[in-house]
Design a protein around this ligand. Structure first.
Ligand code: HEC
Ligand code: HEC
Length: 191
């Protein structure tokens, strides 16, 4: 039996019933992240994604992917090298304990959202799945870079590699613009 579904389930339970100690630890660890992702997960630099209010499972999986070298980035590879699996769980719990609120630009029809993406990422860029990220309010630079990374094989995922392979550069830009135009607010979840 593969272990990952069990680990994933553990993450969900943790997110539902996080103890104060885990969040305190996570809050402290988030000081290592705030220059780029903010203390609440609202990114401060255009190449970094917003991570506040993302599913715990997604955050943990990406941090482990950076740590093991499955996903590479000069900044995140260094950051995660120094974190234990427990610290990764704690800091993911911290960022996940926020809520991401998305608002479409005024007058924009949600029916015009990129149809190939909405079943998983939502028309407003809020993820419909535990293992998929929000796209709301990410910069078009970040979204475009990630789509190209999937297409070129620098980042690998059974669904997204296929999705990105089918997109032209112009389509990528257009879709990135849709999600980048959404305004995002990140608020702490009341305890
Ligand atoms: C020096 C800036 C910097 C610091 C510090 C930093 N990050 Fe990042 N982070 C980035 C950048 C840039 C990316 C985008 C990487 C890419 O393009 O693949 C990223 C990506 C991520 C992702 C992937 C999100 C997604 O949507 O796929 C997660 C999760 C993450 N960072 C969490 C953290 C955590 C937690 C910390 C602190 C322990 C941290 N980062 C510290 C710059 C930083
Ligand atoms: C069937 C579900 C599904 C569909 C459809 C889908 N995605 Fe994804 N997407 C995912 C999952 C799951 C991930 C996380 C991949 C990983 O773990 O690396 C993801 C990741 C991404 C990322 C990386 C974001 C980040 O924060 O790093 C981008 C960008 C993205 N998707 C864009 C799109 C676009 C644009 C479309 C439509 C053309 C689309 N996706 C369609 C499931 C989907």
């Amino acid at each position: 039996m593969r272990r990952s579904p069990l680990l994933a389930l553990g993450g969900v339970i943790l997110a539902g019933g996080v103890s104060a100690a885990d969040l305190d630890e996570g809050r402290k660890l988030a000081n290592m992240c705030r220059t780029c992702h903010g203390i609440d997960g609202y990114a401060t630099i255009p190449i970094a994604p917003h991570i506040g209010g993302e599913p715990q499972e997604y955050l943990e999986a990406q941090l482990m992917a950076f740590k093991t070298g499955q996903r590479e980035h000069e900044m995140m590879t260094v950051v995660t090298a120094g974190l234990s699996a427990e610290q990764i769980a704690d800091v993911s719990a911290w960022y996940s304990a926020h809520e991401a609120l998305a608002t479409l630009p005024e007058g924009v029809d949600p029916g015009d959202a990129p149809q190939a993406c909405v079943s998983c990422h939502g028309a407003d860029g809020i993820s419909q799945l535990l293992d998929a990220p929000n796209l709301a309010g990410e910069t078009n630079i970040y979204i475009d870079t990630q789509l190209k990374a999937f297409k070129r094989g620098l980042r690998d995922h059974e669904i997204m590699s296929e999705v990105a392979a089918a997109l032209s550069d112009a389509e990528m830009r257009e879709i990135a613009d849709w999600y980048a135009a959404i305004s995002l607010e990140i608020v702490p979840v009341a305890e």
